[in-house]
Design a protein around this ligand. Structure first.
Ligand code: NAI
Ligand code: NA
Length: 396
């Protein structure tokens, strides 16, 4: 069928299999162009189908020839109805990995559940024995704790007082003022339960007990800090509390892994257009000003460039992993560069609906958003009949 983008608010209801496949191919080509990385050879990626997790799977496979197992939660296609983008990305990834002679299997289900953890452990035992790298890259608005049965919903709210600032609707380009009411204690606890480190620690504990972590295994989860303008709604808001918890969990996990010589890291990454970040007020305006500024400075990166640099220059640089004073890996260094930030802060003050197309990269934002769903990828014929019923080969 002919597949077109169908928007509803901040989400796109359709995805294009051929666009997703081309986008995966482009990411693979980038990783290959940067040369080999002496990284993990058996890798589990939790949250492997989109964004930073997909990029991590691609860098492991095509940078280090790794066997990969990917866990994600995506909608398969139905006749006349497209799959979610991560499904098509994963189908394409497996095809490319298999063609390159690389092991690649996927598990589609709720990573927060005990069942999916067990299924993953069984797959590692049967096929790989052990893994030496576990990437934890989940982004979800909801988590059911398997031990309590309680379902937690995360919120994106400031803490303490109402936050008012500028934002942009990136579909219309309209800059307006938005006010967000502060969170209550329950909102904070729920957001920490969903996006904090509890589930990461549960994964690693389950894997360690099952003996599927190799000696010296590493695990990495992703965090964000960002600038002063987004602080109230991000790092000092409910999601920031969850990130504080995630970062603290890294040291707990490292202690737990002492007996096998393993280590847990949090990598602080750059703000990028993903399904998750588009839903956070204020962030799209910040990203459009940031993109413009970083692109003209020549330091702009997407998810694949970020993760390639994480592996090559940080995790597997042949010597110690460089971290900040809190033990965090920083690949948001170019974003938080003083020159970049003072320019973005200056633009923030003057940004209006009228001047944003000039001073911000609204077009780049919009393009990146469409790319997430496999649309507007150069070289893809969107008038051609596309097969929506694409399978992820390893999933029966
Ligand atoms: P994303 O939305 O692109 O990817 C989320 C992944 O999690 C997908 O593979 C999805 O299938 C999977 N997933 C969600 N719920 C699941 C469940 N219940 N069971 C199994 N899989 C599930 O998100 P993105 O942006 O790549 O985020 C990944 C991490 O990176 C998050 O911790 C996020 O906070 C962090 N990060 C994101 C930044 C951004 O600007 N997008 C910046 C810095 C960090
Ligand atoms: Na991800």
């Amino acid at each position: 069928m002919i597949i077109e983008p169908r928007m509803r608010g901040f989400i796109c209801l359709t995805a294009h299999p051929d666009g997703a496949a081309q986008s995966v191919k482009n990411q693979i080509a980038y990783v290959k162009s940067k040369g080999k990385i002496n990284g993990g050879k058996k890798v589990l990626v939790i949250g492997a189908s989109t964004g930073f997790g997909l990029a991590s799977r691609i860098v492991s496979a095509f940078g280090s020839d790794a066997a990969t197992i990917g866990v994600f939660f995506e909608k398969p296609p139905m006749e006349g109805k497209t799959a979610s983008p991560g499904w098509y990305n994963s189908a394409a990834f497996e095809n490319e990995a298999n063609a390159a002679g690389l092991y690649a299997k996927s598990i589609n289900g709720d990573a927060f559940s005990n069942e999916v953890k067990q299924q993953t452990i069984d797959m590692i035992k049967a096929d790989l024995g052990q893994v030496d790298l576990v990437i934890y890259s989940l982004a979800s608005p909801v988590r059911t704790n398997p031990n309590t049965g309680v379902t937690h919903r995360s919120t994106l709210k400031p803490i303490g007082s109402t936050f008012t600032n500028k934002t942009v609707d990136f579909h219309t380009g309209k800059v307006s003022e938005v006010s967000i009411e502060p969170a209550n204690e329950e909102d904070i606890a729920n957001t920490v339960a969903v996006m904090g480190g509890e589930d990461w620690a549960m994964w690693i504990e389950a894997m360690k007990s099952a003996g599927v972590l190799a000696p010296g295994a590493m695990t990495v989860a992703y965090s964000y800090i960002g600038p002063a303008v987004t602080e109230a709604v991000y790092r000092k808001g409910t999601i920031g509390r969850a990130k504080d918890h995630l970062e603290a969990t890294a040291s707990d996990i490292t202690k737990n892994l002492e007996s096998i010589g393993g280590k847990a890291y949090v990598s602080v990454n750059k703000a990028l257009v993903t399904q998750a970040s588009s839903a956070i007020p204020v962030i799209p305006l910040y990203i459009s000003l940031l993109y413009k500024t970083m692109k003209s400075a020549g330091t702009h990166e997407g998810t694949i460039e970020q993760i390639q640099r994480l592996y090559a220059d940080r995790l597997y640089n042949g010597s110690e992993v460089p971290t900040d004073e809190k033990g965090r890996i920083r690949i948001d260094d170019w974003e938080l560069d003083d020159k970049i930030q003072s320019e973005v802060a200056r633009l923030w003050e003057v940004a209006t609906t009228e001047n944003l197309p000039e001073i911000g990269d609204l077009e780049g934002y919009r393009k990146d958003f469409y790319h997430l769903f496999g649309f507007e990828i150069p070289g893809v014929d969107y008038q051609a009949d596309a097969n929506e019923m694409v399978a992820v080969k390893s999933i029966a």
